[in-house]
Write a new protein. Structure first.
Length: 252
């Protein structure tokens, strides 16, 4: 049984007076894909962003409870947030490459963290693009702007950019919702390949996608985690009626 990479204990999160997350306790297994499902506004993305303190970028955000990464409380006073976000990378819903070359998009993070050697940077760029299954499509275009890529290529570039700083965890907030079916399939295949090396947490509205790519699934509703189990069990034998209604499309 894989150990938990991330765990939370009675995590509560407030945006001003709004109670956005309520007593979330979960153990996210290492080198597995955990899917977060639930209707819009239920707290999935808020929970995802709490795992690398991205929620703190929102005015009025306040957190109570514990979030552990390898047993260390990420909200503890000694936590270096820059280092935390290096260890826990994030890929957003809309592909957001920097307005610079493909090469510089990937090299940017390593440079920020002190890598200056050109040969080493070249190696990081190639390795990251290969891991993101886009190297063969762009290896002769590295000095071209990333803004000219297709939507699916941009998203895989953003995944490569996240991988370039060698994270341990990859957070993915609806990474295929803006993509066509072919690009979606490529990203899903990529997730399957990456989980051998990374712990992945993905927010998705697509029940079929959650069933295809994840090992564990958590169902969120109105800021609460209603149910958490292996994907195989939760999709076939959900313990809560609301989970079953959501999965079968009868919710609400």
């Amino acid at each position: 049984m894989p150990q938990s990479k991330i765990s939370t204990e009675k995590l509560n999160l407030y945006y001003g007076a709004k109670h956005a997350l309520k007593d979330i306790t979960i153990r996210i297994r290492s080198n597995m894909v955990t899917a977060l499902i639930g209707p819009s506004g239920c707290g999935k993305s808020t929970f995802l962003k709490s795992l690398n303190r991205m929620n703190e970028l929102t005015d009025g955000a306040r957190t109570e409870g514990k979030v552990y990464l390898d047993g260390e409380d990420i909200y503890g006073s000694g936590m270096d947030v820059t280092r935390l976000r290096k260890r826990v990378g994030m890929v957003f819903q809309q592909p957001n490459p920097f307005p610079m070359t493909i090469y510089d998009n990937i090299a940017y993070g390593p440079k920020v963290h002190g890598v200056r050697n050109k040969e080493k940077l070249d190696g990081i760029v190639e390795r990251s693009l290969r891991q993101a299954a886009i190297w063969e499509e762009v290896e002769n275009q590295l000095n071209r702007t990333a803004m000219g890529l297709s939507g699916g290529q941009k998203q895989r570039l953003c995944i490569a950019r996240a991988l370039a700083v060698e994270p341990e965890v990859l957070l993915m907030d609806e990474p295929t919702s803006a993509l066509d079916p072919v690009s979606t399939l490529k990203v899903e295949e990529l997730i399957g390949q990456l989980k051998g090396k990374y712990t992945i947490v993905i927010v998705t509205h697509n029940m079929q996608q959650a069933a295809r790519v994840s090992d564990d699934t958590a169902f969120f509703l109105m800021g609460e985690m209603v149910e958490f189990d292996t994907t195989a069990r939760l999709f076939v034998h959900p313990a809560d009626r609301r989970t079953q209604e959501y999965i079968t499309g009868k919710f609400g």
